[in-house]
Design a protein around this ligand. Structure first.
Ligand code: XMP
Length: 518
């Protein structure tokens, strides 16, 4: 296995399938220490090649006694590297080091209180009594492994934390990585800084510097193509690569005519005029509209848009001589998803990307953001001087307004949607709600309803307002927007957008609904 970066101080997180594994990584990185998540069954040679300063074993849904229980190589405990086991990771450590684990009388799930019994590096500078933590486990430690000491207990877990300080092996029954364990950050930092003796050197400034160097080395004198959409990820990729290789980066921006108001102009202004990027713009509004004519099925729309995008992008890319690389904004969660040992989730909606293109054109991939979480990408964007408007942008789907205009896509419908969308974004910005929301947008419904404007009867279209809060788009809840804000948006849309006489607010959560309507 090859590791792209050789930071001096790196933590390895072995994943046993906990829903919180990514959170552990987030916490470690927030403390400015680089870390990576790998599957529990990572080979010992690869673990050694990674040169971890410490290893964290995540929690997981299994019981160590399950026949299919995930087991990692027990030699990790004798590598001379500190290990912190969390929940399932604690039980596995106990079992593999010859302690004993039993089923607890009752599952302990949710808030709990522990008392710290003995001083240790792990609990240094943390209250000793009535420490609030978050538990989520069925098994518990019955007997400590030889030479281990119990460090803390709760009512239901006589051994809520254990350690063998001489070998720098520690474990906790609770989850220090979740916010419901208020001292969790301190415990993790004790592990990182006192026990593993890491230095907090992982910053976005250091990331940018190293990344530019790595990209230069990898790309050499070749040319690189990048699909620029104006979203956060592709914008950061483009500016980062531009810093590394200047005019040898060729960005292609396909205007599919399904973008928000002023979007196409803004992409050109920012990237061509301000950042001086080599930008090729393809105006394909008419051909997209033509292919979408009369199409009402959402999956059909998505496929048409995705395929046409790839077709046009490829045509443009072939004109660039000596292109050897394709730059992509792959993020760390995508990487984890693809190496995770859990099965891939079923496709609910087809998302498009430049699928198949690298193989057909024999392009190699450069993915400078594949180590980063979304919030880290935003910090890199800031470091690179991207405008705040781009950095804090809400996600915008590849198929654009076409999947927010229910029924068939028309120029007139798009115009209505664009205006309604503009008003919503303006109001969200002005009220300060924008930064709290995952997304806020307009959906144009394919129905008409009766209204009255002045003395006249109207028979016009309906706009649905969608505003959701979410951390990762996997689940989402509708935002409890103040009535005054809803009122202002509704008034403005009905007054300013010709063809709309009714605004409704979507109060569905995901699941069972999805964020987009199509
Ligand atoms: P759903 O509607 O599935 O959306 O709850 C989850 C998130 O994904 C975005 N989305 C897309 N993003 N291409 C994208 O790049 C797509 O085809 C696409 N479809 C949905 C959506 O806006 C939301 O943030």
């Amino acid at each position: 296995m090859a590791f792209d970066r050789l930071h001096e101080d790196r933590i390895l997180i072995l994943d046993f399938g906990s829903q919180y594994t990514q959170l552990i990584a987030r916490r470690v990185r927030e403390s400015h220490v680089y870390c990576e998540i790998h599957p529990f069954n990572m080979a010992l040679e690869s673990i050694q090649a990674f040169h971890p300063k410490g290893i964290i074993l995540s929690g997981g849904p299994s019981s160590v006694y399950d026949p299919e229980a995930p087991i990692s190589d027990p030699s990790i405990f004798s590598m001379g590297v500190p290990v912190l086991g969390i929940c399932y990771g604690m039980q596995l450590m106990a079992l593999q080091l010859k302690g004993a684990v039993e089923k607890a009388d009752r599952r302990e799930y949710g808030p709990a209180v522990i008392n710290v019994d003995l001083p240790s590096d792990l609990f240094q500078d943390i209250d000793r009594e009535e420490v609030r933590v978050w538990m989520s486990h069925g098994d518990r430690i019955l007997r400590l492994p030889p030479d281990f000491i119990a460090l803390a207990h709760s009512d239901n877990s006589p051994i809520a934390a254990m350690g063998q300080p001489a070998r720098r092996l520690y474990a906790v029954q609770f989850h220090p990585e979740v916010v419901h364990t208020p001292c969790g950050k301190d415990i993790l930092e004790n592990f990182l800084f006192r026990i593993c003796r890491c230095k907090p050197t992982w910053t976005m400034k250091s990331f940018v510097e190293t990344s530019i160097e790595t990209m230069r080395e990898k790309i050499g004198e070749d040319q690189v193509i990048c699909a620029l959409s104006g979203g956060v990820d592709s914008s950061v990729v483009a500016v980062l690569l531009h810093k590394a290789i200047g005019p040898r980066l060729h960005c292609i921006f396909v205007n599919n005519g399904l973008l928000r108001k002023g979007e196409a102009e803004s992409v050109q202004r920012v990237f061509r005029d301000h950042f001086d990027l080599n930008l090729i713009t393809v105006d394909a509004t008419d051909v997209f509209l033509e292919r979408l004519r009369g199409v009402t099925d959402p999956e059909q729309k998505r496929k048409i848009i995705g395929n046409l995008f790839v077709e046009l992008f490829e045509k443009e890319a072939r004109r660039i001589p000596n292109a050897r690389f394709l730059a992509q904004g792959t993020l760390y969660p995508d990487v984890i998803e693809s190496i995770s040992f859990k099965g891939p989730s079923a496709t609910i909606k087809t998302h498009h990307n430049v699928g198949g293109l690298p193989e057909r054109m024999r392009l190699k991939l450069v993915e400078p953001l594949r180590e980063l979480f979304k919030d880290e990408v935003r910090l890199v964007g800031r470091e690179l001087g991207l405008p705040e408007r781009i950095i804090m942008r809400h996600p915008f789907p590849g198929p654009g307004l076409a999947i927010r205009l229910l029924g068939s896509v028309s120029k007139e419908g798009l115009e209505i949607l664009r205006e309604a969308d503009r008003i919503i974004l303006e109001e969200m910005e002005a009220s300060g709600w924008s930064d709290h929301l995952w997304q806020a947008f307009a959906v144009l419904l394919p129905v008409r309803s009766v209204g009255v404007m002045g003395d006249e009867r109207t028979y016009d279209q309906v706009v649905a307002l969608r505003a959701v809060e979410s951390v990762d788009a996997m689940t989402a809840d509708w935002a409890r927007l103040p009535y005054e804000l809803l009122q202002r948006i509704s008034n403005r849309i009905i007054n300013e957008v010709k063809g709309v006489n009714r605004v409704v607010y979507d109060i569905s959560s995901k699941p069972p609904s999805t964020i987009e309507w199509e």
